[in-house]
Design a protein around this ligand. Structure first.
Ligand SMILES: O=C(O)CCC(=O)C(=O)O
Ligand SMILES: [Fe+2]
Length: 173
């Protein structure tokens, strides 16, 4: 990834070596009125990368592409890998975090397991120095990873509003 981005390896290893991994299991029971209910409302993940297993291969995950919701059809024995907000911040916007949501199903329960990869908690995070020379200034602010996580967990899930608040021009932080 660093090679593809023309980024210094240590800008990535400094963040993710000794990083934190968390995991969430999501259970979506069948719902008699699925058109009225959202399983998980639109959001982007706050981490670097998310590796997701759609356990029982029931459709439900959707990503937002060019303004429309597109289903991510589960493939047997395959993981879905999502870019999270931290990777968008570290790459100074070259990689974009994906907005996604989960719908519910009339007849079938659905299960997913997400593994979230975060930087180490006792450091700072922000756009990689090697990707932000003077002619390409940082578009996101640099803050301590702890403050970033506290801010994320104190907000509602609301599309990509959290990463927007991390932009240097934003006053919403
Ligand atoms: O259930 C899914 O497929 C999505 C789960 C998800 O987006 C999350 O746990 O952050
Ligand atoms: Fe997610």
């Amino acid at each position: 990834m660093t090679k593809a981005l023309g980024m210094k390896l240590e800008d990535m290893t400094m963040l993710f070596e000794d990083g934190m991994q968390t995991m969430r299991m999501n259970y979506y029971p069948p719902c008699p009125q699925p058109e009225l209910v959202m399983g998980l409302c639109p959001h982007s993940d706050a981490d670097g990368l998310t590796i997701l297993l759609q356990v029982n291969e029931v459709e439900g995950l959707q990503i937002k592409k060019a303004g429309a919701w597109v289903p991510v059809v589960p493939l047997p024995n395959a993981f879905t890998v999502n870019v999270g907000d931290i990777l968008e911040i570290v790459t100074n916007g070259i990689y974009k975090s994906v907005e996604h949501r989960a719908t519910v199903n009339l007849h079938n329960e659905r299960l997913s397991i997400a593994a979230f990869f975060f930087p180490k908690v006792d450091g700072d995070m922000g756009p990689a120095p090697s990707l932000t020379p003077p002619e390409n200034p940082a578009i996101f602010r640099r803050i301590s990873t702890i403050d970033y996580l506290k801010a994320f967990f104190s907000r509602e899930l609301d599309g990509k509003s959290f990463i927007d608040a991390m932009r240097t021009q934003s006053e919403d932080f």
